[in-house]
Design a protein around this ligand. Structure first.
Ligand code: FES
Length: 108
């Protein structure tokens, strides 16, 4: 079951400019926010390989490359490019009243 409105406020919209990423902590989770083509995406900030923080990586289009060993993930759905079974947790985001809101589902 999911809660109807499970969006949680994070940073101000102006804190994340187009083509950039920013790590935030929401409800105890470290989440990487990415703004690309006017949309905001959220994925886990921890690489599933050896737990490096993705925030120090390189963003190219919708792909973030881990700074440690170069694994690449699509920020739109968290998908690792090489192995279909490996994904980052991904979080829906929206902008409301100048704030970036991140959906945290309670049934995990
Ligand atoms: S920790 Fe991310 S690629 Fe190794």
């Amino acid at each position: 079951m999911t809660s109807k409105d499970s969006f949680v406020s994070s940073v101000k919209e102006s804190d994340l400019s187009e083509g950039h990423m920013k790590a935030v902590r929401v409800k105890g989770r470290s989440i990487l926010l990415v703004r690309q083509c006017g949309e905001v995406f959220g994925v886990s900030n921890r690489c599933p390989h050896q737990s490096c923080e993705l925030q120090g990586g390189v963003l190219t289009g919708y792909v973030v490359m881990c700074p440690c060993h170069g694994w690449k993930f699509d920020v739109r759905n968290g998908q690792y490019q090489e192995i279909p079974q490996v994904k980052l947790d991904s979080y829906r985001c929206k902008i409301e009243n100048g704030k970036i809101m991140v959906e945290i589902l309670k049934d995990e």
